[in-house]
Design a protein around this ligand. Structure first.
Ligand SMILES: NC(=O)c1ccc[n+]([C@@H]2O[C@H](COP(=O)([O-])OP(=O)(O)OC[C@H]3O[C@@H](n4cnc5c(N)ncnc54)[C@H](O)[C@@H]3O)[C@@H](O)[C@H]2O)c1
Length: 369
């Protein structure tokens, strides 16, 4: 039985529900600064103790720590768990600046615990289907992708105390993993160059940036455009993706009538196709029958948690391991810096490769001695 502790009980409540239904897990600890949330969650899950202090919880006998607190706490809390050799499943994005990315990477490499970023978009049913079509070669070589995540969260940018919340101070393009995650996962690509642009704060003067947009070049030679907005007018929220290859195109519908993930496609291999065809793909997996799905959480989180647990039990690489997590997180951080510097093109560092090279160099120097 893996003992699981969950911190941050708003988004984290999803994980409490899922982990507590996994036969190989028991949720033994729940933590939130808000004692009422922690106590209510513990009361609803027998065997779970309530904590309001993460430092106290992380010292308890736990195998897995799930982190669903604001971005600004992700690295500190992940490092605290990894340094105690706990496995970590941490919400997105992995970190809020490059220095923190390096700190997290060091901790993940040094730990006996495994780190995974909880990028649920990679596990959405339509993204899995797209990956399969790309793997089968239906699109040929990927040339260009576009992704947008526009979610009007105006009601969440001030807390009950009237103060800006963590969301208000996060540059919108820092929250890039739901967009870049699915796109990069199609061919395990990574961004190598970024150019960012910012609109500034017009919707709420003095408040968060309205929108940021970035262009990236990838290691495999594709271009990617990403648009992010957190207060722009648009309902329902939009997750949009398109991907062009040498032999075809996949695109999600922009219609507010269509469920997220509804796919329009055209393949050179299909003869006599006069226009894009519509595929009723979506977020939900047809083959995941599970009570949590009925709780309104969708199925991607369940598939993601199962994949994470499989990597722990089989001692294999988690699907969104630290290197992959940074490949999905770092481009947004660099794009924001680019926007601040007048949209200068900037290299996107491959932090995992840099760390590996550094380690090898150290080993070789030690051998020479
Ligand atoms: N993958 C997704 O689809 C998805 C959806 C929503 C949120 N998220 C991510 O989940 C995380 C949390 O988002 P949210 O919407 O629940 O935020 P929120 O601000 O609504 O809630 C955060 C909770 O964490 C608690 N908290 C804050 N700091 C804490 C600390 N140091 N120790 C213990 N508890 C602490 C707060 O009291 C609050 O209850 C963020 O990283 C966000 O990016 C991901």
């Amino acid at each position: 039985m893996l003992k699981v502790g969950v911190v941050g009980l708003r988004r984290g409540s999803v994980f409490v529900e899922i982990f507590s239904r996994m036969p190989e897990c028991q949720v033994t600890a729940v933590c939130d600064l808000r004692a009422d949330l922690a106590q209510a969650m513990a009361a609803a899950h027998p065997g779970a103790a309530a904590y309001t202090d993460y430092d106290v919880m992380v010292d308890k006998d736990l195998d897995v720590v799930v982190i669903a607190t604001p971005v600004q706490s992700h690295v500190e809390q992940s490092v605290a768990a990894l340094s105690r050799n706990r496995h970590v499943l941490c919400e997105v994005p992995a970190a809020g600046n490059l220095q923190d990315c390096r700190t997290l990477l060091r901790a993940a490499r040094a730990s006996k615990g495994k780190y995974m970023m909880a990028e649920n978009g990679v596990f959405w049913a339509f993204v899995e289907a797209w990956r399969e079509m790309v793997r089968e070669g239906r699109l040929g070589k990927l040339l260009h992708a576009e992704c947008e995540y526009i979610h009007d969260m105006r009601e969440l940018i001030r807390g009950p105390d009237g103060q800006p919340t963590w969301r208000a101070v996060l540059p919108p393009i820092h929250y890039c993993t739901h967009s870049l995650g699915p796109v990069l996962s199609l061919t395990e690509d990574r961004c190598v160059k970024a150019v960012g642009f910012s609109t500034g704060a017009n919707i709420l003067p003095g408040g968060p940036i309205d929108m940021e947009v970035a262009m990236f070049q990838t290691a495999q030679g594709a271009s990617v455009k990403l648009l992010r907005g957190l207060i722009a007018e648009r309902r329902p929220p939009l997750h949009y993706y398109s991907i062009y290859g040498t032999r075809g195109v996949l695109e999600t519908s922009r219609s507010p009538e269509d469920p997220v993930g509804t796919t329009l496609a055209m393949f050179r291999d299909v003869p006599n196709l006069p226009r894009m065809m519509k595929m009723p793909l979506g977020l939900t997996h047809a083959n995941v029958a599970w009570p949590v799905a009925a709780l309104g959480y969708g199925t991607a989180e369940i598939v993601m948690v199962r994949a994470f647990l499989r990597s722990l039990l089989d001692d294999t690489r988690p699907p969104v391991d630290i290197a992959t997590a940074l490949n999905m997180t770092v481009p947004g951080l660099v794009a924001h810096v680019s926007a601040e510097r007048g949209s200068a093109p900037l290299p996107v560092p491959d932090l995992a490769a840099e760390a590996e090279a550094e380690e090898q160099a150290k080993e070789e120097a030690a051998k020479k001695k």
